[in-house]
Design a protein around this ligand. Sequence first.
Ligand SMILES: [Zn+2]
Length: 231
Amino acid sequence: MKPWALFDWLFPPRCALCGRFLWGKEKQDQLCPACSGREKLKESWKMGKLPFVAGSVCVYPYEGSVRWGVHRFKFRGAARSGEIFGVLLAQRVRETGLLEQVDLVCYVPCHRKIKRKRGYEQAQKIARPLAEELGLPLEALLEKRRNTRPMYRLKAAQRRANVLGAFAVTPGKEALVRSRRVLVVDDVLTTGSTLSECARVLREAGAREVYGAAFARTFAKRPGEKTGKGV
Ligand SMILES: [Zn+2]
């Protein structure tokens, strides 16, 4: 028996979104047929501009099995899903033409306390395979100085206040930012206040343009619907 066959037997691969067990060829896709057939967002990167952000792309609306998948990825340690999330997001960056606008990739960092607790930074888990897929350099350009309150409990104005001044350019990385076009990766885009604040900090440090890429995106709340848990 090959070592990875034993690994698969011990930890059978599951769909990165709905969590169902995968068989045969499905294992390569890391998604079950139902989830890989899910409808993706079709907006161009020029849509829905945020302050300091020149444009952004997302793969899926944050609902149904996408919501489940992101939740497991974020809170239940399914860090392996970051691989496929990053590859799908890279495809989206390429097909929208955003790739031509970008020089390097960074990600929305977690506070060190969260990183210690979770064992990884979720946005970095998506950004690494994305950068590899697109052949762009990945740099930890940002750090989180202050721990913020969970965003899902806050209204839009509170979200902006919550993240204001929470991020800074990593000491020693200033020269990498200057005159560059930076793509900031995150898992979920909600009001965009986190992305916007990261972009403000990067622009202040001299970045020429800042773009955003998130795996999923929430849309305005419909009556009777629960609020998204993204940032
Ligand atoms: Zn699935």
